[in-house]
Design a protein around this ligand. Structure first.
Ligand SMILES: *[C@@H]1O[C@H](CO)[C@@H](O)[C@H](O)[C@H]1NC(C)=O
Ligand SMILES: *[C@@H]1O[C@H](CO)[C@@H](O)[C@H](O)[C@H]1NC(C)=O
Ligand SMILES: *[C@@H]1O[C@H](CO)[C@@H](O)[C@H](O)[C@H]1NC(C)=O
Length: 407
């Protein structure tokens, strides 16, 4: 009897020590697929070591793959494939996509992904690995604060070696911000406060077209006649199952324009280059969300005023849908949730948009240029019109598909 008890105690101590070793407290979490089968936890290189630690928790007993790329394509992506082999030993292989197109990803000549731990049970494989933020290997991805397209894949078959990895059976792409802090703690505080209110801006039953891949859908919404509040956070609530189609959403303020004639008349925003009329009048970016974006939480002393101004009654929602496979029968009722407080915060925020509009004449590149640079400034003539000093607390780049970042 005594023997059994001490044996149990010993087992318990061993497994809890393993827990601590194998499960560092990850600060970042994302679910990469719509069904919750591929989960990723990670911690950025915050302790000065330069190492990012990742943990993949995947509903398979075969191999799992994670890739990093700018555009979600396999070509030239940085990839890592890992599995627990037939004898229970975790294996990892640093690889990269073919120079062009899809195909078997060759192993890197320099292996920069280090296995931390790996295990599997009857349903899941859990692999933890680490890598330098910048491995200085041209076959690897340098992790930056930009949005990264994470490519994920798996196959239930266990490879016999790194030279014998069967093709994926499941794959997908998800955007993530690997470096920036996630805002879940700030959100938890807001949710726990009983004085927090919510206001949802919802699109209803938008039918995705089957003859074109991209749809920008616009709807004017009349704000309720409430007392002044501060917006203190916002959250995108994508209709379940539509994660792959919902691409971005912008909420524009319409200033003091009377938009009542457009109520109940949602429409495509750009119809054969003819811009949905309200877009000319509503150009104040009040809130935005795009694929890979997190909840947006204002600093705890700041809020963005809303309601309480009977002249500023309308907002425009602009939703970007992407249906590359032209799948029929998709309809969407996603919503944008604003978290509000009536306990107005000391600092009120506003928005400033600077940049170059996109139109055929705005960026006119003369023919036969090897390279063409265009600059956009907010010079003294512009800043001198500001009536008080401005403190910038957040920023957003907006380039549609024209933007690329360079290292
Ligand atoms: C993880 O979190 C627990 C509880 O918050 C803490 O006691 C522990 O020290 C943390 N471990 C690491 C490695 O930071
Ligand atoms: C920093 O984190 C890395 C990766 O998790 C770890 O290997 C290293 O020991 C840590 N260094 C310190 C000083 O905590
Ligand atoms: C198997 O592992 C996964 C991932 O860690 C876990 O969620 C699940 O509960 C485990 N299943 C069993 C039966 O322990």
């Amino acid at each position: 009897m005594l023997t059994v008890v001490s044996l149990l105690l010993a087992l318990f101590a061993v497994s809890s020590a393993q827990q601590q070793l194998q499960q560092p407290n990850f600060t970042h979490h994302a679910v990469l697929d719509p069904n919750g089968k591929f989960r990723l936890n990670w911690s950025p290189a915050t302790n000065g070591s330069g190492y990012f630690t990742f943990e993949c928790v995947v509903a398979t007993r075969g191999w799992i793959g994670l890739g990093f790329s700018t555009n979600g394509a396999m070509a030239a992506a940085d990839m890592v494939i890992a599995w627990v082999d037939a004898s229970g030993r975790p294996q990892i292989s640093d690889r990269h996509g073919p120079a062009q197109g899809n195909g078997f990803p060759p192993a890197d000549s320099k292996q920069d992904y280090e296995l931390v731990s790996g295990r599997k049970n009857n349903t899941h494989t859990v692999i933890t690995f680490r890598r330098k933020q910048d491995t200085c290997d041209p076959q690897d991805w340098k992790i930056t604060s930009d949005t990264t397209r994470l490519i994920w894949a798996y196959n239930d078959q266990v490879p016999t070696s790194a030279d014998d990895i069967p093709k994926h059976t499941e794959r997908g792409v998800q955007s993530a911000q690997l470096v920036n802090p996630q805002t879940k703690d700030g959100m938890a505080t807001i949710l726990a406060d009983p004085s927090t209110k919510i206001y949802d801006l919802r699109l209803t039953n938008v039918k995705l077209p089957t003859d074109k891949r991209t749809l920008y859908w616009c709807e004017i919404i009349e704000l309720p006649n409430w007392n002044k509040h501060h917006v203190i956070a916002n959250k995108m609530m994508v209709q379940k199952g539509n994660e792959r189609y919902v691409h971005h959403l912008v909420m524009y303020g319409c200033g003091e324009e009377d938009m009542s004639e457009y109520l109940g008349k949602p429409n495509a925003c750009f119809d054969d280059m003819e811009v949905f009329n309200p877009m000319h009048k509503c150009s104040d970016y009040r809130a935005v969300w795009a694929v890979g974006g997190e909840d947006f939480v204002y600093p705890s002393n700041m809020g963005s005023p809303i309601f309480g101004n009977s002249k500023q009654r309308f907002v425009l929602l602009e939703m970007h849908y992407d249906n590359p496979d032209l799948k029929p029968g998709i309809s969407d009722s996603s919503a944008f949730r604003l978290y509000l407080t009536e306990k107005l915060r000391p600092v009120e925020t506003g928005r400033l948009t600077i940049g170059q509009g996109v139109s055929p004449v705005a960026i006119a590149i003369p023919p036969k240029q090897q390279r063409f640079t265009t600059y956009v400034y907010c010079p003294g003539k512009c800043t001198s019109r500001m009536t008080e000093p401005i403190n910038v607390f957040t920023g957003l780049l907006h380039t549609h598909l024209l933007g690329e970042f360079s290292c």
